[in-house]
Design a protein. Structure first.
Lengths: 132, 97
């Protein structure tokens, strides 16, 4: 085994074990955190750190072949869709009134503007959500 | 090393399944299914490396696509109670608890 191979081997070990660690950390967070919003935060660890590290580790193992291209496509796709799905879940939960831990009622800004007639689902709603 | 990654992924999937069973609200369950799907994509890729059959990566890519579309479809259904066209009168209203 030459020096370069050894370096690649060590790097992919580090990446894959680190990726597995982050995946477990995110899942423990999903189970253990007390309310929905903090669980959302833990779930996105898996989508970012876990996916990136595992895909990079597998790419280093595969070498410059078609497999690496496929892995990169999977990685980029998961990296784009993970935060998008998380945002969609957070927006749906906010609209339907899931409260953070310790909060007794919905923030006034949302509660007031909610019954507005037939507002488009696009940008105005998101701006309202951010104000809270 | 892929054995380590596979074991870690399976343990993580078990943990997420516990939240899927216990989650008090609908959105906890949606999040659990989403994370479970991400784990499945990674596990399919790792198993492909373990058994030396890189064709599994195509299946993993397909699973990632279906996972994303499925999450969005579930959210849309529980907000509007319809998956296809949404009646115009429904659009401004909030979802269910």
């Amino acid at each position: 085994m030459t020096g370069a191979e050894l370096i690649i081997e060590v790097l992919s070990w580090i990446a894959i074990v680190g990726g597995g660690l982050f995946v477990i950390i995110g899942s423990v967070g999903v189970v253990r955190f007390p309310d929905f919003w903090s669980r959302l935060h833990a779930a996105s660890i898996v989508d970012s750190a876990g996916v990136i590290l595992l895909v990079v580790g597998m790419c280093l193992q595969a070498g410059p072949t078609l497999i690496t291209v496929k892995l990169l496509i999977i990685g980029v796709f998961l990296f784009i869709t993970g935060p998008t799905a998380t945002h969609a879940v957070a927006n749906a939960a906010l609209v339907s009134g899931v409260l953070p831990l310790g909060e007794m009622k919905r923030p006034k800004t949302i509660a007031k503007k909610q019954p507005a007639k037939a507002a488009p689902v696009t940008s105005p709603r998101k701006k309202k959500a951010r104000k809270s | 090393m892929f054995v380590v990654a596979a074991i870690a992924l399976i343990v993580a999937m078990m943990l997420v399944l516990a939240r899927l069973y216990a989650g008090p609200t609908l959105y906890d369950r949606v999040i659990s299914v989403n994370v479970f799907g991400t784990h499945t994509v990674l596990l399919i890729g790792v198993v492909g490396f373990l058994s030396d059959r890189p064709d599994f990566l195509d299946i993993a890519l397909l699973y990632a696509l279906i996972n994303f579309v499925g999450t969005i479809a579930v959210l849309k259904f529980f907000r509007y109670r319809a998956i296809g066209d949404i009646p115009q009168s429904q659009i401004g209203k909030g979802g269910t608890k």
